[in-house]
Design a protein around this ligand. Structure first.
Ligand SMILES: *Cc1c(COP(=O)(O)O)cnc(C)c1O
Length: 373
């Protein structure tokens, strides 16, 4: 608990800050980072851009980050222009700005857990009431169910997450369309992992024309391997882009951030060159864990959710004791592992086989542990 004894407002009192344990271990597969640092030629280009930007540090940056937004729009395609795109310090800040404008006191946001744990925290931070929607067994969410829940609660903001964190599975576009048809407010589709989706997975970007209350959020933190650079963005109608400017802090994106991000985007193919290798490790994790007999959620992301352990925290600790850090996302019996390098996958699988011998678990390939033992 933070701030005990301080006059913190009711919506925040007794809460704990976002975060997960970060012990220093050899294999860190807990925050869905890209394991590859920028290639040398991209690092050199970013250094050069930063060197030039440093000479301008006496001046405020471009408040509207117009050149960066043009670059991001060009990367997105789908007919987007700078007028459809807004950028900030991570997609977390983008979503906070959206809640500041479209949520706030007296308003409500709805999400479908298990989903990104920051969504309800951002709601709390902006005094937006939070509603938990329901998923079907297997963490699925169908168009009828999603639309019925949105129609019932009529939230001001709906959060969809596709591919979803922590399950990894992308939503069918039909879910987004069904929600848009009944949502009275803004519909945010968090596509932080879009670049890792399996072939044939459609992005909600394709629905933007004709839906001015749809907002797609993206980030450079995952596929671009730019988590430390802190750049996220949205694609939406020009009206939405205008609206978030009501709440953005002046000069929120520093000269250095804008310069580094533009240099990175100029080398997008080189930076995204790691995506296929990461997807291969992701698919290897899904196949191997399934072959072990575990339950595994289908993944369109750079991580895999697997279970079920009788005691998830104990299994998490047993992996950590073997030098491998994964994430306990608070779903009883399930753990989430990031797809890293081939060597990291090797280390994780070696540790896991040891853990599976020690820790009780069940899965579709091994439904009756008693019999197996
Ligand atoms: C990692 C992640 C983000 C990224 O947040 P940034 O602020 O852009 O680093 C956004 N949404 C989801 C679902 C994520 O898992």
């Amino acid at each position: 608990m933070s701030g005990a004894g301080l006059p913190i407002r009711a919506g925040l009192r007794g809460r704990t800050p976002y975060g997960a344990p970060q012990p220093d271990v050899p294999v860190r597969l807990n925050t869905n980072e890209n394991p590859y640092p920028p290639p040398d030629e991209v690092a050199a280009a970013i250094e050069k851009a930063l060197g030039a930007a440093v000479r301008d540090l006496n001046r405020y940056p471009d408040r509207d980050a117009l050149a960066l937004r043009e670059d991001l729009a060009r990367y997105l395609g789908h007919g987007r222009t700078a007028a459809h795109v807004w950028a900030a310090n991570g997609s977390n800040e983008i979503q906070q700005q959206l809640l500041q404008v479209f949520g706030g006191p007296g308003r409500r946001a709805l999400g479908f857990p298990p989903a990104y744990s920051m969504h309800p925290l951002l709601a709390a931070g902006t005094a937006t009431a939070w509603l938990d929607g329901r998923r079907s067994p297997g963490f699925t969410l169908g168009p009828e169910s999603a639309a019925a829940q949105v129609a019932e609660h009529r939230p001001d903001v709906v959060f969809l997450c596709s591919p979803n964190n922590p399950t990894g599975t992308a939503l069918p576009l039909a879910v987004v369309e069904a929600v848009l048809a009944v949502a009275p407010g803004i519909v945010i589709v968090d596509e932080a992992y879009a670049e890792f989706a399996r072939p044939g997975t459609a992005s909600a970007l394709s629905l933007l024309d004709g839906h001015e209350r749809l907002v797609v959020t993206r980030t450079m933190s995952k596929a671009f391997g730019f988590a430390g650079g802190r750049v996220g963005y949205l694609a939406g109608s020009p009206k939405v882009v205008g609206a978030v400017q009501l709440v953005r802090l002046p000069y929120h994106l520093s000269v250095l951030t804008q310069a580094a991000a533009r240099a990175a985007l100029a080398h997008a193919p080189a930076l995204l060159g790691t995506v296929e290798a990461i997807k291969a490790q992701r698919d290897r994790l899904v196949a191997t864990l399934t072959a072990y007999g575990l339950a595994v959620a289908p993944s369109d992301a750079n991580f895999v959710l697997f279970g079920q352990f009788a005691d998830g925290p104990a299994a998490w600790r047993a992996l950590l004791d073997r030098g491998v850090l994964v994430r306990d996302v608070g779903l009883p019996g399930w753990l989430r592992v990031t797809a890293g390098t081939a060597a990291e996958t090797d280390a994780f699988l070696a540790a896991l086989t040891g853990v599976l011998r020690e820790q009780p678990w069940t899965g579709p390939g091994q439904p009756d542990r008693e019999e197996y033992a």
